[in-house]
Design a protein around this ligand. Structure first.
Ligand SMILES: Cc1ncc(COP(=O)(O)O)c(C=O)c1O
Length: 193
């Protein structure tokens, strides 16, 4: 509740600014989900609105356990770090090893409010893999001059796919952080595109 309430400033202000700029609500909002804080706060601004809400988890290298960190997509009920939520577990029921190209998303669970919103069906949780997030990292940098954090690039990749599927309407994407911190790693591993 503390995390959600503190971070909700972002969701409340994003909603206000979007309505000021466009005169209407977005049709959909998108945020990446690691431990769940940026998305919990962002979504809080829209939970009572007729807006589709999407949480994007990291699919990493693929759906095999150990290759991703999509706990809401592939996890089951578990307790770790003092909270009960959906969790990726190893054969002993302990938190499983996880992986994502973005260090901030490789966590084997997400805050319990996400498990609740998942069960309610109020938020749609889906996944984006490393490759699509890297493509989105370059695309947003090139097209808008905004370098997204690799975590946020997962939300950007999903937002772009969603926009194509929707055809018309508006999608508001939360950029949870800037990608300056990821530049050296991305250029070393993927070169300049
Ligand atoms: C920029 C950025 N976005 C997102 C996250 C994921 O965390 P959370 O899901 O708690 O917002 C992190 C975590 O380190 C981060 O650094």
């Amino acid at each position: 509740m503390m995390v959600r309430d503190f971070q909700s400033v972002v969701g409340i202000e994003a909603r206000e600014q979007f309505v000021d700029m466009t005169g209407h609500l977005p049709d959909a909002v998108v945020a990446c989900v690691g431990g769940g804080s940026n998305s919990a706060g962002f979504f809080a601004g829209f939970l009572n609105d007729p807006v589709d809400i999407y949480g994007v988890e990291p699919l990493g290298r693929g759906p095999k356990l150990g290759d991703h960190a999509a706990s809401l997509q592939y996890g089951s009920e578990g307790i770790m770090h003092g909270f009960k939520s959906l969790m990726l577990k190893d054969e002993n029921g302990d938190p499983a090893p996880v992986y994502s190209v973005s260090s901030g998303l490789d966590y084997p669970s997400s805050g319990p409010e996400h498990a609740f919103l998942h069960d309610l069906g109020r938020v749609t949780y889906d996944v984006i893999d490393d490759n699509d997030s890297i493509d989105a990292f370059f695309e947003l940098s090139r097209m808008e001059g905004i370098i997204p954090a690799l975590e946020s690039a997962h939300a950007v990749a999903y937002g772009m796919k969603l926009a194509k599927k929707m055809g018309k309407g508006s999608v508001l994407i939360n950029l949870s952080g800037r990608g300056d911190k990821d530049m050296d790693y991305v250029i070393e591993k993927y070169g300049i595109r």
